[in-house]
Design a protein around this ligand. Structure first.
Ligand code: ADP
Ligand code: ZN
Length: 341
């Protein structure tokens, strides 16, 4: 790992080979992708690499969170070994968060670390998971329980790749964007609310910049980076209770609803601001819905096993203003009380 700085490049997928050449003059590239994304984009990536004289191999995994496990991870490592990939070669993660996390973890651990490049193809991966060096896999006992901080050489963003992304996956990423809007406020919040359709590209770039800045200040998640967990403590609980049927972003939106309601009741945040947040969540094109399926008690039980819990306390992220969130460390008993407010 050379740096905690996330470098983001923008361009058309056809330029990927050229950007890698600038970073790493020669070698073999292992393109890791899933079946869906591979079908859509693999040929373009291969020709872009071939044009710069790179040799390559492809590793294609089945799509979906089910692939983010130890078996697929070891399959990937074995394919890299079979192709005799060396330390002077590299890995390209072409896909959404699942591919990014898996390929990143493979890159972090294969031969104790080889260079890799993130090419996010979902909105969620573009604004969130591809930035910040978190890589990993799920274990039988929970999501992302094994992993490493390992930063890519760069993150390559081609926003036009979102054209083929199903709306439900767009919506999944939009929740993280609303999260950034609440954390940052200002013109980002205004554009999310008023200019979503016309300024999406600009909104994505600004979210990437915010994440890059926060991660640079706190790469290992010890302070400021925790702000990015707004909506996530409750969101992870909902995901878990639904057996991961509720997608991450949708659960995060529900988590933002709940924490905003709590913040308003406790007077941590004015009623007016809380209403502004709820209004944003409910309007087009987001149209998020509140959690009605899971009781406060079951939510509390699910959060108890969250990996963010430390002994008897847990950090919650509270919206105080649009553009100001606070990290509050509370006891598990206090959390129970808050949920039942
Ligand atoms: P996330 O980024 O939310 O973790 P995944 O990696 O699970 O998402 O991808 C979500 C789904 O979208 C998968 O089925 C994946 O194959 C598909 N997908 C990813 N990128 C694209 C794209 N650009 N166009 C169409 N489908 C895509
Ligand atoms: Zn998230």
């Amino acid at each position: 790992m050379k740096t905690h700085d996330s470098i983001i490049k923008y361009g058309s997928l056809e330029d990927l080979g050229k950007e890698i050449k600038n970073h790493k003059p020669s070698g073999k590239m292992a393109i890791i992708t899933d079946e869906n994304v591979g079908g859509l984009l693999l040929d373009r990536v291969k020709s872009s690499l071939a044009a710069e004289g790179f040799d390559y191999l492809e590793v294609i995994i089945p799509p979906g969170e089910e692939s983010k496990n130890g078996d697929t991870y070891l399959d990937i490592l074995n394919k890299l070994a079979e192709a005799e990939l060396t330390r002077s070669d590299g890995i390209i993660a072409l896909g959404g968060g699942v591919v990014g996390d898996l390929a990143g973890f493979a890159a972090a651990t294969y031969l104790r670390g080889v260079d890799y490049y993130q090419v996010p193809t979902t909105l969620l991966a573009m604004v969130d998971s591809s930035i910040g060096g978190k890589t990993g896999i799920d274990l039988d006992y929970g999501k992302n329980l094994a992993g490493a901080f390992y930063f890519p050489g760069f993150v390559f963003t081609d926003i036009t790749l979102l054209k083929t992304l199903p709306f439900i996956e767009m919506k999944n990423g939009m929740a993280e964007i609303i999260k950034y809007g609440i954390i940052e406020g200002g013109s980002l919040w205004k554009d999310i609310n008023e200019n979503w359709d016309t300024k999406l590209k600009d909104i994505i770039v600004r979210c990437q910049e915010i994440k890059t800045r926060i991660v640079k200040n706190d790469p290992l998640d010890k302070g400021e980076r925790k702000l990015l967990n707004l909506g996530h403590t409750l969101g992870h609980g909902i995901e878990k209770l639904s057996n991961y049927e509720v997608k991450h972003g949708l659960a995060v939106a529900m988590g933002i609803y709940e924490i905003t309601a709590i913040a308003s009741k406790k007077n941590w945040c004015s009623q007016e601001r809380a209403e502004e947040i709820i209004k944003c969540l409910e309007k087009r094109p987001f149209k998020y819905e509140k959690n009605t399926a899971y009781s406060k008690d079951s939510l509390y039980e699910a959060i108890k096993t969250d990996k963010k819990r430390r002994g008897d306390s847990i950090d919650i992220i509270v919206p105080v203003e649009i553009g100001k969130c606070e990290i509050k460390t509370i006891s598990m008993d206090e959390l129970k009380e808050l949920l039942n407010e």
